[in-house]
Design a protein around this ligand. Structure first.
Ligand code: ZN
Length: 211
């Protein structure tokens, strides 16, 4: 009997991009296609807040990339009035001209998975898309119990971080670098690292030491 190797089913990802600039939307589409290679990616676009709200309510999106300055309802209204009400919340990535231009102290901003400033720092954009891809390829989402956002799955390395090293991985202390052989999870808000415990739950990788 022959062994038949079945191809892995592609992970379906539905993304919505809200930006009133055609060129930027095209550019983000291109970056997403690249970052989510291997996924069955479906991208919808909106030029204004009202259109985006309609689409968010009508379809279950996995990812919502929002330029902070756009015509129609403002970013914080979309977050608190629409995203917050959705049973299945997308990963929200905010793109803005300046990270200082808007008051982001409201609780609705906790719904954002990542925030990027324009002009994009290629490294920051690349890392964010890598994190987004890591979460979307590992559905269902595992949520951080403190922040409610999906944790990012990353390889666990041990050793001391050195210059030129990829800091995107979860790092354990130690004297020499190596593979730890399994995956950890990292909170997108505060970078707290978790590993799965014996019962399949999550436990903190670094327990605070008692004084
Ligand atoms: Zn967290």
């Amino acid at each position: 009997m022959q062994n038949i190797i079945k191809p892995k089913p592609a992970c379906p990802v539905k993304a919505l991009i809200l930006d009133d600039d055609d060129m930027t939307r095209k550019f983000i589409c291109h970056l997403l296609e690249d970052a989510l290679k291997g996924c069955a990616l479906e991208i919808a676009e909106s030029e204004n807040g009202d259109d985006a709200i309609g689409k968010l309510k009508a379809g279950s999106f996995d990812l919502f990339m929002m330029d902070i300055n756009h015509p129609g309802p403002r970013a914080n209204e979309i977050l608190s009035g629409t995203i917050n009400q959705l049973a299945q919340k997308p990963l929200v990535v905010i793109i803005s001209g300046s990270l200082k231009d808007t008051d982001r102290s409201g609780p609705e901003w906790r719904l954002c998975f990542a925030q990027l400033a324009k002009p994009w720092d290629n490294k920051a954009m690349g890392q964010t898309l890598k994190d987004v891809a890591s979460v979307l390829k590992n559905k269902p989402f595992i949520l951080c119990s403190k922040h409610g956002l999906p944790l990012i799955k990353k390889p666990i390395l041990y050793g001391l971080p050195m210059e030129g090293m990829d800091f995107s991985d979860v790092i354990l202390g130690g004297c020499c670098m190596g593979e730890y052989g399994r995956f950890g999870y990292q909170c997108p808000v505060d970078g707290e690292a978790f590993i799965r415990d014996e019962k399949g739950g999550m436990k903190k990788m670094y327990e605070e030491e008692e004084e």
